[in-house]
Write a protein that binds this ligand. Sequence first.
Ligand SMILES: O=C(O)CCC(=O)C(=O)O
Ligand SMILES: [Fe+2]
Length: 393
Amino acid sequence: MQQRDNLMENNIERRDSLDIDEFVRDFLEPNVPVVLGPAFTKDWIARNEWVVDGRPNFARLVELYHNTVVQVAECDTAFFTDQKRVEMSFSEFVKQWQENPQSRLYCKDWHFTKSNPEFCAYVPLPCLSNDWINLFYDYGILSSDDDYRFCYMGGDGTWTPFHEDVFRSYSWSANICGEKRWTLVAPGQNCLFTDSLGNWVYNLDDYNEQQFPRLKEVQKLEFVQRAGETVFVPSGWWHQVRNVGDTISINHNWANEFNLRFLYARLSSDMKAVRHALRDVTDMDGFEGQVQLVLRADSGTDYRNFIQFLRYMAGLYIREIDEPEGCPELLRFDPYFRSASSVQRALERINSVLDMLEQDDAALNLEDIASDIVELRSHLGTHLQSFKKLLAQ
Ligand SMILES: O=C(O)CCC(=O)C(=O)O
Ligand SMILES: [Fe+2]
């Protein structure tokens, strides 16, 4: 039988076994996708309890989640760059899914972990657990009950239009049952799928050639993700996804030291775009505050939130060094990336983003932020120096 390890299928690499160092070296650092084999998820409760004979166990799912209100996309109705969304009870959604499959309703972005904190339906793969975004939302911003952990469910032909993930984060997506047909597009090809007004294409399989004359030139990675497999979507890779048969998946948006610079680049270019859009009202009172508000509404975050995120993560890694037991949040969230070299790397990468922020006019315009950056940078620098000395001994 053919070994599946390292096998390239339709240009996507597939691995049935992968340790953390290999994942860092082969996929995180070079920012390239991979499909991880079904063995990684075989013990998940979701893969056993939610599925019967390879199909969703509708009766069990309804028994478990009937009253939960979920967001449902009408896949045939476009709404700006996304699809029209409605809310309904989970049991109503499942009824429609079974009785009316041609309505192509797709339950999306269901914050499954937030709504069922006590039910451990799955455990992120060790190599995908170094997740600063969900760690920050769980422990770092106490005023927020948001998170970036989702469950998706839908019948044959339900789909997600072409997009890049929020904050230019990574995502991972694990199929509980069914199949997904993925199209991935590596960064750097935006001009090929963007029209003269700056709109990007909605559906790669059905578009107006006059509007997108260069779309044919896009280099696409197309592959099928089968039941149990997990796709790693790197930062800034655009993608479109179509379900084949009844499909359930779990996915997270996540980020860490390896894509921090991409998150910052996205935030800074969004900030420039907002400032440009508001250029006629720069004299207005509170202009800088308004820019941050618009940025937050458009991009889901702003400079203040980003600095708070950096400060929080730097604080955790400093505690990991300074406290004899290490940092409990890191231990609880991600026990795998805590070696001395991982800690040093995390702090160095935060430091290098702070370097860029120190040169960033947009950040310097926000007085409180400018002083925060300087203070955090000096605090981090001191700790990094003494940590390096300690490691060298
Ligand atoms: O499965 C889907 O429909 C979309 C998944 C996705 O966009 C992602 O995992 O980033
Ligand atoms: Fe996505």
